[in-house]
Design a binder for this molecule. Structure first.
Ligand SMILES: NC(=O)c1ccc[n+]([C@@H]2O[C@H](COP(=O)([O-])OP(=O)(O)OC[C@H]3O[C@@H](n4cnc5c(N)ncnc54)[C@H](O)[C@@H]3O)[C@@H](O)[C@H]2O)c1
Length: 253
């Protein structure tokens, strides 16, 4: 029996990168998967490939910044699989490494709406289900920029610090009702998110990458997915409100 046999997992941003790797790892361990993503083409491709692998997968197109979309995402997940046991908030965008003096309002608004608002909205919608069924698991993708000050642009850093705060808040307020809410804070992961520096603030980029030679290597998405599997499984039953840094010791220096 798989470590997540019988569970239903909803993964936002699940059509690409870390979210896709998490969804695949969960599916391998017996979970039924709801993949929720903004990118329709990637969503369809991922759902089809999962089904082709024999996994139970269902796709929902969603913009996590939109309240109506988030409500529909959770309602459709419940409509299709009957319940949700695990929510992974993976949908996220970058801020072009804009340093404080160069922050553009449009970038601030978009990053905050997706990286902070999306996480809040998704948690707000699933929590009544989780408390009614006696528990549930939430895993939020933070970032090393949520635990340290200088490794991202101002907006992304603020947003990921907010994710860290929300994770601990929900763990603290809902732990007694069987909800476990934990976060993962990766350094660099090899996905499409970090492939291009086009349009970046070069001052911010230079500042944010000053210490990057002290990071041993980037991660593969599977290495983050294995952490998300541990946090979703009973093996982490006593862990709640923790942000697990995944950075080969980069932030330990
Ligand atoms: N890749 C890294 O180096 C890294 C490091 C630390 C943290 N993270 C975090 O991990 C998460 C996943 O990153 P990734 O590298 O897999 O990125 P990715 O770009 O490969 O995948 C992100 C997915 O989120 C989806 N998405 C974006 N905006 C959305 C929205 N408004 N609504 C729904 N879906 C949306 C995209 O379509 C995409 O499929 C993000 O929260 C990111 O901040 C990534």
């Amino acid at each position: 029996m798989g470590r997540l046999a019988g569970k239903v997992a909803l993964v936002t941003g699940g059509a690409n990168g870390i979210g896709k790797a998490i969804a695949a790892r969960y599916a391998e361990e017996g979970a039924k998967i709801v993949i929720a993503d903004f990118n329709e083409e990637a969503l369809e491709g991922t759902v089809e490939s999962f089904k082709g692998s024999g996994y139970e997968a269902f796709g929902v197109r969603v913009n996590v910044a939109e309240e109506e979309d988030v409500k529909r995402m959770v309602d459709d997940a419940v409509g299709h699989f009957g319940r949700v046991d695990i929510l992974v908030n993976c949908a996220g965008v970058l801020d072009y490494m804009q340093a404080a003096e160069n922050v553009e309002d449009a970038v601030w608004d978009r990053v905050m709406a997706i990286n902070v608002g999306g996480v809040m909205r998704s948690m707000r919608k699933v929590l009544p289900l989780f408390t009614a069924q006696g528990g549930g698991i939430i895993i939020n993708l933070a970032s090393i920029a949520g635990l340290t000050g200088g490794r991202g642009g101002l907006t992304y850093t603020a947003a990921k610090h907010a994710v860290v705060g929300m994770t601990k808040n929900v763990a603290s307020h809902y732990g007694a009702q069987g909800v476990r809410c934990n976060g993962i804070a990766p350094a660099q992961v090899e996905t499409g998110l970090t492939q291009s520096t086009e349009g970046y603030d070069m001052f911010g980029l230079q500042q944010a990458t000053r210490g990057v030679q002290l990071m041993n290597r980037a991660a593969q998405p599977l290495e983050i997915a294995n952490i998300a599997l541990f946090l979703a499984s009973e093996e982490s039953s006593y862990i709640n409100g923790v942000i697990l840094a995944a950075d080969t010791g980069w932030s330990a220096y």
